[in-house]
Design a protein around this ligand. Sequence first.
Ligand code: NAD
Length: 338
Amino acid sequence: MLSSADAMKVTIFSSKPYDEQFLNAWNTGSAHELVFIENRLKPSTAALAEGSLAVCAFVNDVLDAETLKKLAGHGVRFIVLRCAGFNNLDLVAATALGLKVARVPAYSPFAVAEHAVALLLCLNRHIHKAYNRVRDGNFSLDGLMGHDVSGKTVGVIGTGIIGSIFARIITGFGCEVLAYDVRPNPDCEKIGVRYVPLDELLARSHALSLHCPLLPQTHHLIDEKTIALMRDGVYIVNTSRGALIDAEAAIAGIKSGRIGGLALDVYEEESELFFEDLSVSIIQDDVFMRLTTFPNVLVTGHQAFFTHEALANIAQTTLSNLTDFEMGRDCPNAVRSK
Ligand code: NAD
């Protein structure tokens, strides 16, 4: 344990002005010495954490075995993720190196679930196109026809914290909600959500929303084979992790009409793109650029979590995780290998 006189130095990677604003605001009495750096964490930037006992990382930071080994070599003992997912971290390597890891398991599940609903509604009613048309003085309705959401079947894949809130909201629209999860959630069953095998969910749903984590079992869950099982014109919304969808298979599905609309807040190769202003750069990712050319594809840059409430919770929990580690206390948000 450290003496209370020494504020623990924490290097915060991939830092944006809003991270600095919220973490500083919640760092009561400057309990921790927070060093904000814009660089993404990866093997070549790990040395920037020299002299820090802790590192704070975000979704697109690289926490593979090589980076973790370098961090440990620079004296880092604690890793706190200011996000829920930890698929970007090699937990086996972290454990072997004696690094303690914590995350923010739930900061505002409402933020993500509400964004998924917003994407679905926007896609269905072509709000993204209407916005531009009206600004251009074009009030034609051609091509803007949507469907009533009420009465449609919506499939939810993964009904944990976020998926169950999404299911509850969408139930309020008068939809039949089907779900697939390896561990059904009794709270969802209570509101009438029906668990069915994945194939049945895919075959019956007019719209799908993905809320399961990225695991080897869920990698490219949406691929050529599963797209072939879906209804013609299905809408797919992904606010979970990009690699749940094989983007090239999705492009083929859009071209064939099997996929009627695709809304993505996450993208498999997003780490080279998202959270940065690339408006004057030449984007090299041809798959991503192809996706953005379709009128029925809507992309937001991993902003589903981005609400005032979520950022406040992320800051609060991250700092409390750091204090738990520093004081040698049991951390309720610790991530351990099974
Ligand atoms: P959670 O752990 O509460 O729920 C995940 C659910 O998926 C669980 O019920 C689990 O049983 C289920 N699941 C696990 N393996 C599965 C499989 N093979 N098939 C089907 N279901 C499976 O997680 P959560 O807090 O609801 O978050 C869901 C995902 O949302 C996270 O994994 C994260 O990647 C993503 N997320 C995205 C944003 C964003 O800003 N876009 C923000 C937060 C979280």
